[in-house]
Design a protein around this ligand. Structure first.
Ligand code: PMP
Ligand code: GLN
Length: 392
């Protein structure tokens, strides 16, 4: 691509933007990009509106408005028994997306290596590349995506600075087990490397429990714990993300953050402080509703003929497309919106070793019941229009 730096060659338009554009062009039901098609709770909308009316409209403090940093600290204590100092260990950023970029840019030097599981969220390799570092990839394989600790160990070398763990995992819906995280933690301690954790789906766990890496022995001060309010409160456009990390790491992270965005939307920060302090009933109802969507959607996709890999967490379902005679996820997903009227995400976009994900397609179920039903109805009625291996 002309003009683009050598570092960023190959990181063209994100797969999410590409598939959403296709969905819009063909008026397809968008089960691709993971954003809810419904709003978050009214009490948060009212809090944001009140903040705007109260004149909280200028730049926020760079590391977050004090009320939000305090609410994040309370949330970490309440759900994980972790104690973080709101002033020296918590930084509010522009969504988890900025947290990821700020982390890579602050902590990685040119030539450093990072261990990365594939499939991966697409911004990890892009921001590792921006920092001039290199990803060493370890593959998680369907159907259980179990961690091969020997492979992780083999990927660690003298230049390894960090390992990235995304749990619950986008796209595969895996929730890392305590034993897996303990195994990774032991390697981090043994080799003196950092864990960068992306926990944005922490409140979407249907099977098992969410274990915070920072709560494991030896990990409190070597973990960069990233999360976001986007998924948990269904306001992905507010972009309130945050990082909890020991003071020395936090000082480094704030250095890159202040030159990336400096701060994010002030009124939304005040509102999200209330979100993080919501009662248990909010989090329970949130999970209950998503569990019902997951179950309905798993059943529906199975009835279309896909092999469904039931997710333990997140709001994504991956299906094996070979049961319907397809073998190329990219080709299928590029044809789906026009031919079938539904958009989805090809998993090979999340792999360096593309062949590992070529038979998998991801469906987002963070959508209203009517939209999910319409998507399934179109799939049942029209999937036959897609001719495997050829044009429709
Ligand atoms: N990490 C993962 C695994 C995600 O799925 C997403 C967004 N869907 C993000 C990070 C980015 O979060 P945010 O919208 O808060 O920037
Ligand atoms: N994280 C969302 C997904 O996985 C997409 C976010 C984006 O488009 N940047 O679908």
């Amino acid at each position: 691509m002309p003009h683009l730096t050598a570092k960023l060659q190959g990181f063209g338009t994100t797969i999410f933007a590409e598939m959403t554009a296709l969905a819009q062009r063909h008026q397809a039901v968008n089960l691709g990009q993971g954003f809810p098609d419904f709003d978050g709770p009214d009490f948060l909308k009212r809090a944001a509106i009140a903040s705007i009316e109260l004149g909280r409209n200028q730049y926020a403090r760079s590391h977050g408005m004090p009320v939000l940093n305090a609410a994040i600290a309370e949330h970490r204590q309440r759900f994980y028994g972790l104690s973080f100092d709101p002033e020296t260990e918590i930084t509010v950023m522009h969504g988890a997306t900025e947290c990821i970029a700020a982390t890579m840019l602050a902590l990685l030097d040119v030539g450093d290596e990072v261990v990365l599981f594939e499939p991966f969220y697409d911004s990890y390799p892009a921001t590792i590349a921006m920092a001039g570092a290199t990803a060493r990839v370890v593959t998680l394989r369907a159907p259980d995506y179990a961690v091969d600790l020997a492979a992780v160990r083999a990927a660690i070398g003298p230049k390894t600075r960090a390992i990235i763990i995304n749990t619950p995992h986008n796209p595969c819906g895996k929730v890392f087990t305590r034993a897996e995280l303990e195994g990774i933690a032991a390697l981090c301690v043994e080799h003196d490397i950092l864990a960068i954790t992306d926990e944005v789906y922490e409140h979407l766990v249907f099977e098992g429990v969410h274990v915070a890496m920072a709560s494991l022995p030896g990990m409190r001060d070597r973990t960069v714990m990233i999360s976001s309010t986007g998924k948990t409160f269904s306001f992905t456009g507010w972009k309130i993300g945050y990082i909890c990390a020991a003071p020395a790491l936090t000082r480094a992270l704030r250095t890159s953050h202040q030159f990336l965005t400096f701060c994010n939307g002030t009124p939304f920060q005040f509102a999200m402080a209330e979100g993080l302090r919501a009662g248990d009933d909010y989090f329970e109802q949130f999970l209950r509703e998503y569990r019902a969507r997951r179950d309905r959607m798993c059943e529906g996709l199975a009835s279309v003929g896909f092999e469904v890999l039931v997710p333990a967490g997140t709001y994504f379902i991956c299906t094996d497309i070979r049961t319907l005679g397809f073998d190329d996820d990219m080709e299928m997903c590029r044809a789906l919106p026009e031919a079938v009227g539904v958009a989805a995400i090809p998993n090979s976009a999340f792999y360096v070793n593309k062949h590992e994900g070529k038979h998998l397609v991801r469906w987002a179920f963070c959508k209203t019941d009517a939209v999910l039903e319409e998507g399934l109805a179109r799939l049942r009625a029209n999937i036959g229009r897609l001719r495997p291996g050829g044009k429709h």
